[in-house]
Design a protein around this ligand. Structure first.
Ligand code: ME8
Length: 515
C-alpha cells in the first residue's frame, strides 16, 4: 500500500489556538482523508513547539514554571483536534524525550561532517522573533515584524554552515516546480536565494541567557536555537533514525502558512542535505485568514474562535466554508456574513435541497425503495459523463491543493443535478404513470448523489457519512466510505435495487439573517 505523510506546523504554546491554527489543521485533515480515499496509508502529524525565550516569558507572566505552562497550553491545542474532527496519528511535543534525543543525534551528525562551527558573533537580537537580524534587514533600526528596537548582543555561538548548501538549493528549487507550491511562494524563495542576503545560521543560545532548550551534545553550556530544534520534529516524531515509521513515511510533505516560509523552504532543506537525509516532497504554503482586513492577533482583538463557530454553525459547514472560501496560497477575509452566505447558497439551497427533494420523491413514488431500472436515455448519459469529468477534476484539483476550485467543480455537478430534476420533472412522469422512465431518472440521481457524498468525505466527514446512510449505504465512522475514489470516476454503478433509503433529509437548514 502506498504511504503518505503530512505534517502541520508545531504551534507555539504562548497563546490559545485560533482560526488560523484550526484552518491549517482542517486542511491537513482533509488532505489526509483524501489520500485515504485514494486507498493510501496516510499519516498525519501535528504538535506543539515548546522551547525558547517566548515560552519562558509567557510562563513568567502566568506565574508558573515553563514545564507547567507548556503542559497546560499544549493540552489546549490537543483538545481542539477532536472538536474539529481531525484524524491525526501522532501529536509531537518538542519537550518529549524522544524528540530531544533525535535533535541531539541530528546536531551531532551535522557537527561530525564539519558543518557546525563556533565563532564570535555580534548581532541585533529580537526577542519576539527569537532571531538575530542583520543591519540590512532592520527597518529604520527596528525589527520589521515587531517594530521594536532589537538588543545588540555580542557572544560566542555555534553556526550551521548553511551558506555551503544555498547554491545547491537554488538549483533544486529551480528544477522542481512543485517542490514549493503554489508558485508565488516558490518565486519568493528563489528571490531570497538569489538576493545574496542569506548567511550561515546561528543555532545556539548560551545557557547564561536561556536554559529552556535542548542542550547541544558537544557543548553543555549551550542550548539549541528553537527553529533548529523545532524543524526536526518532522522526523523525530516518526522515530528517526532507526524506526519503522521513519522508513515507511519519510519523505513526506509539509503544510504551513506564509509566515514560516523561510525556515521551511531554506533552513530545513539545507539541514536535511547536511545530515544526508532525503528532502521532503512538497512544501504547501497557504495565506492568512484576515479578520476585519487585518491578520488575526490577540493584541488587535480580532481573533475568531473555532469552537464558537462550530457551536453556532456546525462543524462541517465551518470546514466547508474554510476550504471553499480561501484560494489556497492567497489571503482570505473571514466574516460571518460570508459564512452564512455559503451555508445558505451552497449547502442549503444546492446540496441540501437536492437530497431533500430526491429522497422525498423516492418516498412518494417508490416507498423509499430503489426501483429496478433499465431504461437509460441521452439525458441520463449526459449526467453520467458530467459526473465522471467533475469527479476527475475534483481529484486532480484536490491533489494540487486547489480546494476551492475542486469544490467548485463538484458544485457544478450538484447544480446540474438540480436542473436535471427540473427538466425531467419526475412529478409529471409520476402523474403520467411512466414508471420505467421515472425509475431511470431516480437511478441517475441517486447514483450521482452517492458519488458526491463520497467525494465530500475529506471536507465534511460526518455529513458525508450521513448522506451515505440516507442513501442506504453502510459506513463506519472515521473509515473512508469507499476503497478507491478512482473507481468512482470510471464506473457509474447505480444503487442496488430494493435498497431502503431515508424518507426525508434536512442536512443544512437555512440560517435566517435578521436585518
Ligand atoms: O510559527 N491565518 O508557530 P505558530 C492562517 N512554532 N494561518 C495561521 C494564522 C492566520 N491568521 N495564524 C496562525 C510557529 N496560522 C512555529 C512553527 S514548525 C517546525 C514551527 C497557522 O504558533 C499557520 O499554519 O506561530 C502558521 O504557519 C502557523 O499557525 C504558525 O503557528
Amino acid at each position: 500500500m502506498k504511504s503518505f505523510f503530512l505534517t502541520t506546523p508545531i504551534y507555539y504554546v504562548n497563546a490559545k489556538p485560533h482560526l488560523g491554527h484550526a484552518y491549517t489543521n482542517i486542511v491537513a485533515d482533509a488532505i489526509i482523508r483524501f489520500h485515504k480515499l485514494l486507498g493510501e496509508d496516510a499519516f498525519l502529524l501535528t504538535g506543539t513547539d515548546e522551547h525558547g525565550d517566548k515560552i519562558v516569558q509567557a510562563a513568567e507572566k502566568e506565574g508558573v514554571s515553563p514545564k507547567e505552562f507548556v503542559d497546560l497550553v499544549s493540552a489546549r491545542f490537543q483538545e481542539l483536534l477532536p472538536q474539529l474532527n481531525i484524524d491525526y496519528d501522532y501529536f509531537v511535543r518538542t519537550t518529549d524525550e524522544a524528540h530531544k534525543n533525535a535533535v541531539q543525534d541530528f546536531l551531532q551528525k551535522v557537527h561530525d561532517t564539519g558543518d557546525i562551527y563556533f565563532a564570535d558573533f555580534g548581532g541585533h537580537y529580537c526577542y519576539g522573533c527569537e532571531r538575530f537580524y542583520t543591519e540590512k534587514e532592520l527597518e529604520n533600526g527596528l525589527c520589521p515584524q515587531h517594530r521594536t528596537k532589537p538588543d545588540f548582543i555580542h557572544e560566542k555561538n555555534y553556526f550551521f554552515r548553511m551558506s555551503r548548501y544555498l547554491p545547491w538549493l537554488r538549483e533544486y528549487v529551480a528544477a522542481h516546480p512543485d517542490f514549493i507550491r503554489p508558485e508565488r511562494y516558490r518565486k519568493e524563495v528563489l528571490a531570497m536565494l538569489e538576493s545574496g542576503d542569506l548567511e550561515d545560521l546561528c543555532i545556539s543560545r548560551p545557557k547564561s541567557r536561556l536554559t529552556w532548550g535542548i542542550e547541544l551534545p558537544f557543548d553543555k553550556d549551550y542550548v539549541c536555537y528553537v527553529w533548529f530544534d523545532a524543524l526536526i520534529n518532522y522526523i523525530s516524531a516518526i522515530s528517526w533514525p532507526d524506526g519503522a515509521q521513519y522508513a515507511r513515511y519519510w519523505p513526506g510533505e509539509h503544510l504551513v502558512a506564509k509566515d514560516i516560509l523561510k525556515p521551511h523552504a531554506v533552513f530545513w532543506p539545507t539541514m536535511l542535505k547536511a545530515a544526508g537525509l532525503p528532502l521532503y516532497q512538497h512544501l504547501n504554503v497557504h495565506g492568512y485568514w484576515l479578520s476585519s482586513a487585518a491578520k488575526m492577533s490577540k493584541s488587535l482583538g480580532n481573533i475568531v474562535e473555532p469552537g464558537k463557530m462550530r457551536e453556532r454553525f456546525g462543524l462541517d459547514a465551518f470546514r466547508y466554508f474554510l476550504l471553499r472560501e480561501m484560494h489556497f496560497g492567497a489571503d482570505a477575509n473571514f466574516s460571518e456574513d460570508a459564512l452564512i452566505g455559503r451555508i445558505n447558497a451552497d449547502l442549503s439551497n444546492d446540496l441540501g435541497n437536492l437530497f431533500s427533494r430526491v429522497l422525498s420523491m423516492l418516498a412518494k413514488y417508490f416507498g423509499s425503495r430503489v426501483p429496478q431500472s433499465e431504461q437509460r436515455e441521452t439525458d441520463d448519459d449526459a449526467i453520467a459523463e458530467l459526473c465522471a469529468s467533475a469527479l476527475q477534476n475534483y481529484v486532480q484539483l484536490f491533489g494540487r491543493v486547489q480546494f476551492a476550485q475542486a469544490l467548485e467543480s463538484l458544485w457544478e455537478l450538484v447544480r446540474a443535478l438540480n436542473k436535471y430534476v427540473d427538466s425531467q420533472a419526475p412529478w409529471t412522469l409520476f402523474k403520467q404513470g411512466d414508471t420505467p422512465r421515472l425509475a431511470a431518472v431516480m437511478h441517475t440521481l441517486l447514483a450521482t448523489m452517492r458519488k458526491i457524498a463520497v467525494c465530500l468525505w475529506p471536507v465534511m466527514p460526518d455529513t458525508s457519512l450521513r448522506m451515505l446512510e440516507q442513501l442506504g449505504q453502510r459506513t463506519e465512522k472515521n473509515e473512508p466510505p469507499v476503497a478507491s475514489l478512482e473507481m468512482e470516476i470510471t464506473s457509474f454503478e447505480g444503487l442496488a435495487a430494493d435498497t431502503e433509503l431515508a424518507p426525508s433529509s434536512n442536512l443544512f437548514p437555512r440560517i435566517d439573517v435578521k436585518k
